[in-house]
Design a protein around this ligand. Structure first.
Ligand code: AHR
Length: 544
């Protein structure tokens, strides 16, 4: 077995295919894998914000997905889709990022305040994006933004969901003055300024107290085509002397795309050129990483090799975190600034049965659930580094947890992973060692390898939550679970799996893929568990 405390996919690849050589002979034997949980080796507290979300004025995310309107026949809470609010409450969403994405750097926040009837209609940033499933775009709110969903509707949505708001401000097309006036509109007490009185007149006397403010989005691309030096200068300027109104504002700097380590190095070098004090204004450095798709990008049609291929691509998150963390250390050796991953997920083509303007709307399959699970496990294992992450996006696009159209609504397999993993929020992440056969597969005719079993563990009081991903498409793993430094009294398991790798939910079959509960055998403190093929499992173990 390869024994790992989590190595990169590349490193595991070097281990070769253990399974191909020895796997068949071992099937049926006593134990073919082991998980060690080192209870006395805490990593750090898992920031609940790691389980955060992202919504953008893109396709069917805001209009129809979230906002159906107060007079809609679709059940709603003051204009917001009720089924969505009900499901969100089950997963404890800690934070929601809005209004983009690329849309953020084209958005004028003044368009989305005041009475809805007098708000202007604008061209959406994504208006000219061709639908990925090759049907002609149609007119509608996905192209022309009616601005019915603005700041107060966003705050309403966050409050209904029980989440903190995270606003990404426009750096490409609005001056710094607009940034601090948006902060003032949100956070100044009623009666203090003309802007806070406008908020109060619209019905929100209490300030919104928004803490998280993103300074632009993807400044290396749609956010302004800046160099890292230019963006560092803009970041300093936008965050200088913004009135706080007693709110502990946390600025989030828009970081690199995937593995662009140089962006990180150069931003921090410029930011700190006039002293380390500048680091105090950065709460988080926000990385984006989409692991993409495979083959013809169909989310529910792929080969077994493509199953593994996507999981390997997703597993790259591990090395991205360590790579950018070390680049940050060159200018910030004490790591005052933490990492944020405010866009992540797989990204397939849109499904043909979703409206053509709902860009990249698809149901997601069991494969995407494994992407979600192994990514969240990665964040848990780096709880000392990562303080927030936002899956892209919440509904009707990319790695979504929900699909909706008019009165139709369904949760995707990703939702179930978030529901299972919510138990990690605020827990103490513990070091783990997973040992299991690695798996061989081919990408474009070249041999590749993927680890067989991975996961993370956290402790909250006497409850140990262990989440485990079995990546093998056909083989279950009979695993002994060894706790170092504690004894288990009892346990239960929740598992999401199917013999069909492409299993997914749809409007017609919303419960085609749901988790199941089972018991965990504990004998004299010893634990054995069979992790089914192609599965995500959450163990809840009560310690003696
Ligand atoms: O999530 C979709 C888009 O992907 C976002 O708007 C942008 O930030 C990223 O490139």
């Amino acid at each position: 077995m390869d024994r790992r405390t989590f190595m990169s996919a590349a490193a595991v690849g070097l281990a070769g295919s253990w399974l191909t050589r020895y796997g068949p002979a071992l099937r049926g034997q006593a134990s073919d894998a082991q998980v060690e949980i080192l209870v006395n080796e805490p990593i750090g507290t898992i920031a609940p914000d790691i389980y955060g979300h992202f919504i953008e004025h893109l396709g069917g995310v805001i209009y129809d997905g979230i906002w159906v309107g107060e007079g809609s026949p679709v059940p709603n809470v003051r204009g917001i889709r009720k089924a969505l609010v009900d499901e969100l409450q089950k997963i404890k969403p800690p934070v929601i990022r809005w209004p983009g994405g690329c849309f953020a750097d084209s958005y004028d926040w003044r368009d989305g305040i005041g009475p809805a009837v007098s708000r202007p209609r604008r061209t959406d940033f994504w208006a000219d994006t061709p639908p990925s499933h090759k049907r002609p775009p149609t007119d509608g709110p996905q192209r022309w933004d009616p601005n019915t969903f603005g700041t107060r509707e966003f705050i309403r949505f966050c409050r209904l969901a029980g989440a903190s708001p995270y606003i990404a401000a426009n750096v490409r097309s609005l001056p710094a003055k607009d940034f601090y006036q948006w902060v003032e509109y949100c956070n100044a007490p009623a009666g203090a300024t003309t802007l806070s009185d406008m908020r109060a007149a619209a019905g929100d006397v209490e300030p919104f107290n928004v803490q998280y403010w993103g300074v632009g989005n993807e400044p290396w691309g749609c956010g302004g085509n800046f160099t890292p030096e230019e963006y560092a200068t803009e970041f300093r300027r936008y965050t200088a002397w913004v009135p706080r109104f007693g709110v502990p504002i946390k600025y989030i700097a828009a970081g690199p795309n995937g593995g662009d380590r140089e962006w990180t190095t150069r931003f921090f070098r410029t930011l700190t050129a006039r002293g380390q004090g500048a680091l105090n204004s950065v709460y988080g450095w926000a990385l984006h990483y989409y692991c993409g798709s495979t083959g013809d990008r169909n989310s529910v049609r792929f080969s077994t090799d493509e199953w593994y291929d996507l999981l390997v691509r997703a597993d790259r998150m591990e090395s991205l975190i360590t790579q950018h963390w070390s680049a940050m250390a060159e200018s910030d050796p004490k790591h005052r600034v933490k990492l944020i991953v405010d866009e992540w997920g797989a990204w397939h083509a849109g499904a043909a049965d979703m409206p053509p303007n709902y860009l990249w709307a698809y149901p997601g399959s069991l494969r995407d659930a494994l992407v979600a699970a192994l990514t969240l496990d990665t964040f848990n294992r780096h709880a000392d580094k990562v303080v927030m992450a936002n899956v892209a996006q919440m509904i009707n696009t990319i790695h979504s947890l929900f699909i909706a159209h008019e009165d139709k609504f369904a949760v995707t397999p990703n939702f179930h992973v978030f529901e299972m993993y919510a138990a990690h929020q605020g827990g103490q992440a513990l070091r783990t060692v997973f040992s299991a056969p690695s798996i061989a597969f081919a990408r474009e005719g070249r041999a590749q390898a993927l680890w067989g079993l991975g996961g993370s563990a956290s402790l909250t009081d006497k409850v140990l939550t262990v989440t485990v991903v079995n990546t093998h498409a056909t083989d279950s793993r009979d695993c002994s679970i060894v706790l170092k430094g504690a004894t288990v009294r009892e346990g239960s398991a929740t598992v999401l799996t199917s013999t069909d790798l492409t299993a997914h939910n749809s409007f017609d079959r919303p419960a085609a893929l749901v988790p199941r509960e089972s018991a965990v055998a504990v004998r004299s403190g010893e634990l054995r568990h069979i992790f089914p093929a192609a599965s995500v499992t959450r163990l809840r173990l009560t310690l003696a």
